[in-house]
Design a protein around this ligand. Structure first.
Ligand code: OFO
Length: 167
């Protein structure tokens, strides 16, 4: 059985993961409208992953005897100044989410909830991977400047494949 306070923290995280999904969906849609198909695909895939994270929290809360709440969501921005901006924002957002996951882990440690600590390790590894992957993309954008967006847009999905250990 999960504690009430951990249940509340995890339900807040359900909302944050769901918002992350909508934020990346909005970025995907913006990129698609700008003609950046590769960048759009990258963000569509990211939005799916965040939805999967939300579902993981929903099911875990319920499995541990809590009650998962499906939240109302704040509307994400629909317009962005440029490609670099959306990746900078994504990194900022991922760092914020990492902090929130760490807070939940801290609460699980304080409560001696070893099962929750073990389960949360997956998210700790995932956040590390997501921050690294967005940082790598920003590094590439910094090297390229505003040029070669066509090539960047063409190559971005293969960068995603590399980061996820795919061929
Ligand atoms: Fe859910 O990992 Fe990003 O936010």
């Amino acid at each position: 059985m999960i504690s009430k306070s951990l249940e509340e923290l995890m339900n807040e995280q359900v909302e944050k993961e769901a918002f992350s999904s909508n934020l990346y969906l909005s970025m995907a849609s913006w990129a698609e409208n700008q003609g950046f198909e590769g960048i759009a695909d990258w963000f569509y895939a990211q939005a799916e992953e965040e939805r999967m994270h939300m579902l993981k929290f929903v099911r875990y809360i319920n499995e541990r005897g809590g009650k998962a709440i499906v939240p109302a969501l704040e509307k994400p921005e629909a317009d962005f100044p440029n490609v670099k901006f959306i990746f900078d924002e994504s990194l900022k957002h991922e760092k914020y989410i990492t902090g929130e996951i760490n807070n939940i882990f801290k609460a699980a440690v304080e409560e001696n909830d070893y099962a929750a600590q073990n389960w949360l390790q997956w998210f700790i590894a995932e956040q590390f991977e997501e921050e690294t992957s967005v940082q790598r993309i920003i590094d590439k954008l910094n090297i390229m400047g505003d040029h070669n967006m066509y090539i960047f847009d063409r190559d971005i999905m293969s960068m995603r494949g590399e980061e996820h250990g795919e061929q």
